[in-house]
Design a protein around this ligand. Structure first.
Ligand SMILES: [Zn+2]
Length: 135
């Protein structure tokens, strides 16, 4: 008897061992792709930034390294005291009404920001390599 499988190819051919076929490969690729995308998002979304960008009236007025403790005073209609400490940035004190900016707490992750509406000041964390923020 000849062992050659039928030429039509439709009949089940006994497989010597389990093999990837095209569908398995596609499924596998899809799963890996999903995992990569998810991982990429997770990886990109919460990185610790490295620069504190201080803007006033939409204009960047200071860029402070997040790993160096510093105090930066923003003067405008009101005054905001921006403090960088232990890799975090926050508004230590302000003369604006409401003090919302002070209450917003400390930020350290890329894309996080604190806004002082009355003084039109915002401080934002930027990362060196992860500048693209996913909305
Ligand atoms: Zn404020």
């Amino acid at each position: 008897m000849n062992e050659t499988p039928p030429a039509g190819g439709r009949t089940a051919v006994p497989l010597p061992s389990w093999k990837f076929n095209k569908r398995d490969a596609a499924l596998c690729a899809a799963v890996v792709l999903c995992a990569l995308l998810l991982g990429w998002r997770l990886w990109l979304a919460p990185p610790i930034g490295d620069t504190v960008v201080v803007s006033h009236d939409g204009v960047v007025i200071a860029r402070l390294p997040l790993n160096t403790d510093a105090v930066y005073v923003v003067e405008g209609a009101y005054e905001n005291v921006v403090r960088v400490e232990d890799g975090k940035a926050f508004i230590e004190s302000a003369t604006c009404p409401g003090q919302d900016c002070v209450h917003q707490g400390a930020i350290s992750k890329t894309g996080s920001s604190i806004v002082c509406l009355p003084n039109r000041v915002s401080i934002r964390i930027e990362g060196g390599s992860a500048d693209v923020i996913i909305g």
